[in-house]
Design a protein around this ligand. Structure first.
Ligand code: CLF
Ligand code: SF4
Length: 492
């Protein structure tokens, strides 16, 4: 078996060369991360989540997902959805560029798995409802499971049709299901769902929301009873379910959900959705954070979601879907798992070293901290592997980390436009980046030019490139100690 691994357009061999590949410009990936580790859960659960980029924040530094858009039909209408809208630059659930048959989808998965060693999960997230369009979903999973048994299968659904298929999920060894639950009070549901299609009839109003609610709770209970991990997605809609999501969080925790992912409503008139046309706004970052903070003690929150398209490919912060449209996928493809196997081995070693480095950095900070030095937010530019390895001008998002004596924690990501287009900086885009970094006064990057660095400085943001290619935790801790005027301590 060859141990040569291709990441993007790079071919590398040993651990050292692979590490360098993750650090070099040609590797397009992106990541974030925070505290979840083997010690936080039982070994069987850790085994299920350790390579899943959505279920483990740590894993999404290293592993990629892909979606295949095989399930166009939906049995409900959400006021935030318009599946007719299609834009390759658009990134929100429900949106796709091409719909696939199960056979084409399986061929595409093989093509992607051969090219992207980070791929670990195939998800079906529409563009309609994967459990309603069950025949296509099941056939796709069957074909992929038959040909690529080492790829995890993942399903995302509104839950209305799911109770009818839970036993199929067990038969196919599917152990990750996402349920979108926006309410547990059907009155709230009436403002989100104009209708559902249930038992051969279209239902509206309170009846529709009542049925949907009952089926969603039934789905959650059935999945939990069978040991299938459930992530609940909720769309936060200011003035409609924002405060209510606190109750949703408690309820789904009580019913055994593994994670709760509260996502901001994406809404604009040009999307043609009911909410978009009505001018319903999405929450601000501060409102989302406030709700997430208020959920402390409830179901564990996912904070690294990128609200992917239903045909997304790649690490969560990137979308390489345009590299794998069906016209680019050969008519015949043969699965070669060797690159992915070698990559997994590398990750097993690398993530162990990163954890050890994070512990060391934490111990160093604790030894240096006298009293309460407070917490600090620091932005980093990364394209994967848990390192500061992204050039400022190429970053499409920044990861925000909080640091104090208790260590370094991922908080959120903030998207920004590319500052550098074709090698030329564009001033108005830099202004956007500065806005994106509001409230942050330090950013760690692999490299930055003098001009943008000076402009950032004028806006009160210090860009530091001294920690290029270091682990995020090591770099963020060192900056914290320096900024809090804490001396570097000797570790016994
Ligand atoms: Fe896809 Fe969803 Fe599975 Fe992940 S996405 S079906 S659980 S493999 Fe992930 Fe994308 Fe957020 Fe979904 S970042 S939108 S949570
Ligand atoms: Fe759209 Fe999904 Fe809602 Fe169906 S369940 S209307 S596909 S967002």
């Amino acid at each position: 078996m060859s141990n040569v691994i291709s990441i993007g357009d790079l071919s590398v061999g040993s651990k050292d060369t692979l590490t360098k590949a993750m650090e070099s410009e040609g590797c397009s990936s992106s990541a974030c991360g925070s505290s979840d580790a083997p010690e936080d859960m039982d070994p069987a659960t850790w085994e299920k989540v350790k390579d899943h980029p959505c279920y483990s924040e740590e894993a999404h530094h290293y592993f990629a997902r892909m979606h295949v858009a095989v399930a166009p039909a939906c049995n409900i209408q959400c006021n935030y959805c318009n599946r007719k809208y299609d834009c390759a630059n658009e990134s929100r659930p429900g949106v796709v560029s091409e719909r696939l048959t199960p056979e084409k989808a399986a061929r595409k998965v093989i093509a992607v798995a051969n090219e992207i060693p980070q791929l670990s999960v195939l998800g079906i997230a529409g563009p309609g409802d994967s459990a309603y369009d069950w025949k296509k979903t099941r056939e796709t999973f069957r074909l992929v499971h038959e040909q690529l048994p080492d790829i995890k299968l993942c399903l995302s659904t509104n839950g209305l049709a799911l109770p009818d298929h839970v036993d199929d999920l067990l038969d196919m060894n599917i152990d990750h299901v996402t349920l979108t639950i926006n309410m547990i009070d059907p009155e709230v549901g009436t403002k989100i769902y104009p209708w559902i299609f249930w038992d051969h009839k279209r239902r509206t109003g309170l009846e529709a929301s009542q049925i949907l609610h009952e089926r969603q709770m039934q789905s959650l209970d059935m999945l939990h009873e069978r040991g299938i991990l459930v992530k609940v997605n909720s769309v936060m809609i200011p003035g409609i379910n924002d405060e209510h999501l606190l109750e949703v969080n408690k309820e789904v925790k009580k019913r055994g959900a593994f994670l709760h992912n509260i996502m901001p409503l994406i809404s604009a008139p040009e999307h043609g959705t009911v909410f978009g046309l009505e001018g319903q706004r999405g929450p601000t970052a501060a409102e989302l954070k406030k709700l997430q903070d208020a959920c402390a003690g409830g179901a564990n929150l996912m904070k690294h979601c990128r609200q992917c398209r239903a045909d997304a490919v790649g690490l969560l912060g990137e979308d390489r879907g345009q590299e794998f449209t069906m016209d680019l996928v050969p008519d015949e493809v043969t699965y070669d798992p060797s690159k992915r196997e070698a990559y997994k081995e590398w990750v097993a070693e690398e993530r162990g070293e990163r954890r050890a480095a994070a512990e060391e950095a934490k111990a160093e900070t604790q030894a240096a901290v006298a009293g309460d030095a407070g917490a600090m937010l620091i932005a980093v530019a990364t394209k994967g592997g848990g390192r500061i390895n992204q050039h400022f001008g190429h970053a499409t998002e920044f990861q925000i980390f909080e640091v104090d004596a208790d260590g370094v924690r991922f908080v959120t990501h903030r998207r920004c436009d590319n500052y550098c287009v074709g090698g030329y900086g564009e001033e108005d885009k830099l202004d956007l980046v500065i806005k994106t970094l509001e409230g942050i006064d330090t950013i760690l990057v692999a490299k930055i030019g003098d001009c943008p660095r000076e402009d950032l400085e004028a806006a009160g943001i210090e860009a530091i490139q001294d920690y290029a290619y270091e682990y995020i935790e090591t770099a963020v801790s060192a900056v914290y100690r320096a900024k809090a005027e804490l001396p570097a301590a000797e570790i016994a």
